[in-house]
Ligand binder design. Structure first.
Ligand SMILES: Nc1ncnc2c1ncn2[C@@H]1O[C@H](COP(=O)(O)OP(=O)(O)OP(=O)(O)O)[C@@H](O)[C@H]1O
Ligand SMILES: [Mg+2]
Length: 249
């Protein structure tokens, strides 16, 4: 069995990477495909006494049953809600990409698919040295994974999506697909057109469209996974695409 990985990035911070990662992990698992989410760097973690809680990992674990503790699914859990390079600096740490690569390899050896969620968008610094800034794209090269780009249907998305795909291509990062997150139940003409335009202009397939979920969010997402009409087909479509990307690179 081939073991695969993908890096889930977004057109910006807060576009729904965690929601999409948790949804996909749960959908794959429902379809009998052993997927696991991994958040190498969480900035803006919540302090509870001595402990720092990585909220994204807590969300994954609320949506999908996972056989791991936070420490296995988050390598750098940082308190400051700023860019990872600065959050690490403020915590007196340096992000070491090799540690992330090692944990990624451990998870990949055990699971069919690892969904690695980035911090913020794609052009994000992870470690700043005087003469060199280690960027998210360097980590993606190290892990040798394609990306899935989470985007939104609203105003501004054409610009954000095109710029991110263009940046990825400039840096030789394969883009497996787009996932549109937060589609309203009754999309406007602009929202419907935006989805068509981002696919047409980027020439990257839209692999999924997730709705705007009702509050409370976790039960809504779990219900959506449970009632997904074609979990096996949808999961296999994404897996096939990831395999094709691996063969091309
Ligand atoms: N489809 C959706 N329906 C309803 N609410 C959503 C949806 N997607 C995301 N949200 C809400 O938007 C907020 C940001 O989503 P999320 O945490 O998934 O973004 P993110 O891209 O992972 O952010 P970060 O860059 O901080 O990791 C959250 O409060 C989440 O609950
Ligand atoms: Mg997140």
């Amino acid at each position: 069995m081939e073991h695969l990985g993908v890096f889930i990035t977004g057109t910006g911070t807060g576009v729904g990477k965690t929601l999409v990662t948790a949804y996909l992990a749960a959908l794959f698992r429902r379809a009998g495909i052993d997927a696991v989410p991994y958040k190498p760097i969480q900035s803006g973690s919540i302090r509870r006494g001595e402990e720092l809680v990585a909220e994204d990992v807590a969300f994954y674990r609320d949506v999908a049953r996972l056989p791991y503790d936070q420490g296995d699914l988050c390598t750098y859990c940082l308190e400051a809600a700023v860019s990872p390079h600065l959050a690490a600096q403020q915590a007196g740490q340096t992000i070491e990409p090799q540690r992330i690569a090692e944990q990624y390899r451990r998870l990949k050896a055990k699971h069919q698919l690892v969904l690695v969620e980035g911090a913020g968008g794609l052009a994000v610094p992870l470690a700043a040295k005087p003469s060199f800034v280690y960027m998210t794209m360097h980590l993606i090269h190290l892990l040798q994974v394609p990306i899935i780009l989470v985007t939104q249907p609203g105003l501004g998305t054409i610009n954000h999506t095109l710029l991110t795909v263009s940046y990825a291509r400039t840096h030789h990062i394969p883009v497996a697909g787009l996932i549109v997150n937060g589609m309203p139940a009754k999309p406007t003409c602009m929202e419907t057109d935006n989805v068509k335009m981002i696919e047409k202009l980027t020439q990257v397939p839209v692999l999924g469209i997730l709705p705007k979920f009702e509050q409370p969010l976790i039960p809504s997402v779990k219900q959506a996974v449970l009632h997904a009409a074609e979990p096996r087909t949808d999961a296999e479509k994404i897996l096939r695409r990831l395999k094709e990307m691996g063969e091309q690179s």
